[in-house]
Design a protein. Structure first.
Length: 309
């Protein structure tokens, strides 16, 4: 079995070189997929790497909107996904028509959208944001407009709540949410705190507001990775999709990490396997490409975000 896995990894590496490809993996990917990635990271890091790389092919191990984002930033590269059925249910909770209607209801508002949106929704945004920089983006808009402009923030209502509390701004939000993060309940965090009283609690801002209220820090996945590295604490309760724990343990072998809830699994993030990565590299499929008119508009929203952060 181990020999077979080694053979698979060898073939992936060989083909990767031949195709001049890089493999990007989100922090929630299966350990075996994280192991073969050139880069792993959060949504912001991966989109930045995608923009900078000189590889001809990007193999995106994540969910659909992430591969679309890579394609928006790198139209001259071939972006392929090992399993294009890996979507993000939160991103699918709002389509471009929904957002156009919301914009019509608030014609003066500045429109900010989480990166967890389709390319068609991104094309309707003024600013894209990630969980790492959402507060900074809203603060920058507030500063520029002297606090006079309304702000639409979509699609995640819990991230919107969090950003609103942090920035002190009232936001017009949508009713989207992450079905994985809402599985983490306040009682889960309270239980784990009882078991591990010395542990620091870090949670993702996609969690329920009642869960965020119990945390020492609300952070994106890469911010969690940094926090775990830099904080002197030896134990951490982790309120996000459980895939991140593999990386946290690898990076900090002397520290302990406890999932706030074992139920926080994103099935879409687990669709990608090493076999599928190999097939994708063999056949250079499935390609994710965003139509040029949508791509140009979506790119503007991402560039405006990158200009602020
Ligand atoms: P980040 O890795 O940007 O924190 O995003 C979390 C997430 O749920 C991605 O789908
Ligand atoms: Fe979407 Fe949540 Fe899965 Fe992230 S964890 S891809 S937000 S469903």
């Amino acid at each position: 079995m181990i020999r077979e896995d080694k053979e698979l990894v060898r073939k992936i590496k060989e083909l990767k070189k031949k195709r001049n490809a890089i493999i990007l993996a989100h922090n929630y990917q299966l350990p075996e997929v994280q192991d073969i990635a050139d880069f792993r990271g959060d949504s912001l890091e991966l989109s930045r790497i995608a923009a900078k790389t000189d590889a001809e092919v990007i193999v995106f191990c994540g969910v659909y909107f992430m591969a679309e984002t890579a394609s928006i930033l790198s139209p001259d590269k071939k972006v392929i996904m090992p399993d294009t059925s890996a979507g993000c249910p939160m991103a699918n909770m709002m389509n471009a028509q929904d957002l156009r209607k919301l914009k019509q209801e608030h014609p003066q508002a500045v429109v900010v959208g989480y990166v967890n949106t389709s390319a068609a929704v991104k094309a309707e945004l003024d600013y894209c944001c990630t969980s790492t920089n959402a507060v900074a983006i809203v603060n920058a808009i507030t500063k520029e407009s002297g606090g006079k402009k309304e702000i639409i923030f979509v699609p995640d209502k819990y991230l919107a709540d969090y950003v609103s509390r942090q920035s002190g701004r009232k936001l017009i939000s949508w009713h989207g949410f992450c079905p994985t993060h809402v599985k983490i309940l306040p009682e889960d965090v309270k239980r784990e705190k009882k078991f591990h009283p010395r542990a620091k609690v870090m949670v993702h801002p996609e969690c329920l507001s009642s869960v965020v209220a119990l945390a020492d820090a609300a952070l994106s996945t890469s911010q969690m990775s940094k926090y775990a590295r830099e904080n002197p604490a030896k134990e951490f309760i982790v309120g996000t999709e459980i895939g991140l724990i593999y990386r946290l343990k690898q990076d900090n072998p002397d520290k302990e990490f406890y999932p706030a809830s074992e139920r926080a699994v994103c099935p879409n993030m687990k669709r990608t396997t090493q076999e599928k990565v190999l097939w994708a590299l063999e056949e250079l499929k499935e390609e994710v490409r965003v139509p040029e008119d949508i791509r140009k508009k979506a790119r503007l929203a991402i560039d405006r975000m990158l200009a602020i952060v």
